[in-house]
Write a protein that binds this ligand. Structure first.
Ligand code: MBD
Ligand code: FE
Length: 276
């Protein structure tokens, strides 16, 4: 079993600080290298193929796509590990386009968006509660999503970093509410190394339209997740394996606005399987 032989103190500390102890780096990286070695042997990979793989990694780095490429293949597995460890609302992938310094939006206010003929107004609302169902006041709900043409503020096309992103704080009853515009499916550019690889592997490079969330409150494990639109393109076939059924939201419209309702439950910031 991966992780066997790691002491729980090391694990808890490493999760909290975001840094890995030397022991844990040794355990995890040795297993990664051994796993790759087994694959090379199983497939009889030649030196030329190996060198082509190295050059692929170089190109991916030069294109700035290392986070994108790794998130496509591996982020969903780490989300599953976190879900099993903590409980609360099921999380899913963060993806490569989170920025920590999004503007604070007043509860009931609007995320900054461009005027665009393609805009469909969207309300994002819900609650943040603990595992007993008690509201958490003052939780930060950090929301980010694409433009109506599939780009991210602060990442693509000189869109400012404070557009299509915002943090809203829950009120005394744990409620949050913001307005924005509906995002669209996102295509990982096929001119780049990541999209090209996905297509070479016989797949496509599309993600369903999604709204990202990161929910934080003191003493609770940070929840990272995304909501999707029921019946939306690629919901059943996300190239990043990021769809979790609880996050596929029904088609609710109120007064011409699309509504995404997300009631979150945060788990204590303790690994549940080790809390007893
Ligand atoms: C995205 O917008 C995203 O959320 C993920 C996970 C990967 C690529 C682009
Ligand atoms: Fe995204």
């Amino acid at each position: 079993m991966p992780g066997e032989g790691l002491d729980s103190g090391t694990r808890t500390r490493s999760v909290r600080s975001g840094e890995m102890s030397n022991n844990r780096i040794h355990a995890v990286v040795s297993d990664i290298v051994n796993g790759i070695r087994q694959v090379l042997v199983r497939h009889g990979v030649t030196f030329d193929e190996y060198r082509a793989g190295v050059m692929y990694a170089v190109k991916t780095g030069e294109a700035g796509e290392i986070p994108l490429m790794l998130d496509v293949f591996l982020n969903s597995t780490v989300s599953d590990i976190e879900n099993a460890a903590y409980g609360g609302t099921e999380g899913t992938i963060e993806g490569p386009y989170y920025l920590p310094n999004a503007p604070i939006i007043p509860n009931g206010g609007e995320i900054l968006t461009y005027d665009d003929d393609r805009n469909v107004p969207m309300v994002v609302r819900g609650t943040v509660k603990d595992l007993e169902g008690q509201p958490i006041a003052g939780a930060t709900v950090d929301i980010w999503h694409s433009t109506p043409d599939g780009y991210y503020g602060g990442i693509h096309n000189d869109i400012p970093a404070n557009y299509y992103r915002g943090k809203v704080l829950t009120d005394s009853e744990g409620r949050y509410f913001v307005r924005s515009t509906v995002p669209v499916p996102y295509k990982i550019p096929d001119q780049g190394p990541t999209g090209a690889l996905l297509e070479m592997m016989g797949g496509h490079s599309w993600r369903p339209a999604h709204v990202h969330f990161k929910v934080r409150a003191d003493g609770y494990h940070t929840l990272t997740t995304q909501s999707y639109f029921e019946q939306g393109d690629y919901v059943e076939d996300d190239c990043c394996n990021g769809v979790r059924p609880v996050q596929v939201k029904p088609d609710v419209r109120e007064n011409g606005e699309k509504v995404i309702e997300n009631d979150f439950q945060l788990a204590p910031d303790v690994i549940a399987s080790r809390a007893a």
